[in-house]
Design a protein around this ligand. Structure first.
Ligand SMILES: [Zn+2]
Length: 332
């Protein structure tokens, strides 16, 4: 079948709602913890809540726990625990709508039961302090994804905004990577400085993800990945998550649209390969482009991929099948 007729056979909406759809990054728990809104009720604020995830056909969402710098004086571990508690409270209040995913099985079960699977992630290792015991405790609370840094230096590594002198993993950072491999925590390289990414790819015995980073070749931003970095992540079995952050899609950011997100998907499919691309919206953590205003918009992305001639198998891979494969390998 040629590309054209194969594309014509894909009915995008049916494909989308049949597929396992996973989003690799949102910052919604911050709003929930601050009491601005709840996960369960549809809000006019922000981008993600359970009704909008359902409308968008999302099966699983990685909920990031990000510690704002102004919380450090009260303790990043304390804040991280409060974030985790905010999700657990929602899980307890809405067991018919939401389940916690400790591995791939819960994502499949969520799809079968019409629920949404929540995957807990830390964005930045700040809540760990300098302790592997803290890491193990967060694992027991359900954390299955660890972004090593946010933009700046912590006990594990340097973030990408530390600039050209940024260092790689610290000795403690190496221990964290080894312990995550042992426990079954998926390591996330978004925000990590280039030296840290090199170290991580060398040390980790498991594939890694960059949950919300685009292609530097299309949009020259420090948070985006070079072709060499994309190829290195993919060649070790990992994934790059296309993010909708307007400034990482296109410059000027104010002119970014869903078409730019589709351009990054096309580019990553070519450079990383179709089995190494995922989605990582960064909803509730950034400004969104025209056409991807909130979590209800995922079907438009599927329609866009189909319109560009991608096969159903490739689209399913990007939407969630690729993540499911890697998550099952790492977390079980
Ligand atoms: Zn981020």
């Amino acid at each position: 079948m040629d590309k054209q007729s194969e594309a014509a056979s894909v009915e995008p909406r049916a494909l989308h709602f049949d597929a396992i759809v996973v989003d690799g990054h949102c910052d919604t728990l911050g709003d929930v913890l601050e009491g601005k809104r709840t996960l369960a009720e549809r809000s006019t604020l922000g981008h993600v809540d359970l009704p909008r995830l359902r409308e968008g056909g999302v099966t699983a969402q990685i909920f990031a726990c990000f510690t704002p710098i102004h919380e450090y004086h009260r303790g990043a571990t304390r804040y991280g625990l409060h974030m985790v508690d905010a999700l657990h409270q929602a899980l307890a209040a809405h067991p018919d709508e939401l389940l916690l995913a400790g591995g791939a099985e819960e994502i499949r079960r969520a799809k079968a039961e019409g629920k949404i699977a929540a995957i807990l992630g830390l964005e930045g290792a700040e809540p760990l302090g300098d302790s592997l015991a803290t890491l193990r405790s967060f694992y027991r609370l359900g954390v299955r994804v660890l972004g090593l840094t946010w933009n700046f230096r912590n006990a594990v590594a340097d973030g990408v905004m530390e600039g050209s002198h940024a260092l790689g993993l610290s000795p403690f950072g190496v221990q964290v990577v080894e312990e995550c491999n042992r426990l079954g925590i998926l390591l996330d390289a978004s925000h990590l400085a280039p030296a840290g990414l090199e170290d991580l790819l060398r040390i980790s015995q498991q594939p890694i993800i960059a949950s919300h980073s685009n292609a530097r070749a299309l949009c020259d931003h420090a948070r985006n990945l070079t072709d060499a970095q994309i190829e290195a992540i993919a060649s070790r079995g990992g994934l790059v998550g296309v993010t909708f952050v307007d400034a990482f899609l296109h410059q000027p950011a104010s002119e970014a649209t869903i078409e730019h997100a589709l351009d990054h998907i096309d580019y990553l499919l070519r450079v990383a390969g179709p089995e190494h691309v995922m989605l990582g919206s960064d909803f509730d953590g950034a400004t969104m482009p025209q056409g991807l205003e909130d979590a209800t918009r995922y079907p438009a992305l599927t329609a866009g991929m189909a319109a560009r001639g991608h096969s159903a198998a490739v689209i399913r891979g990007v939407l969630g099948q690729n993540f499911l494969r890697v998550f099952e390998q790492v977390a079980g």
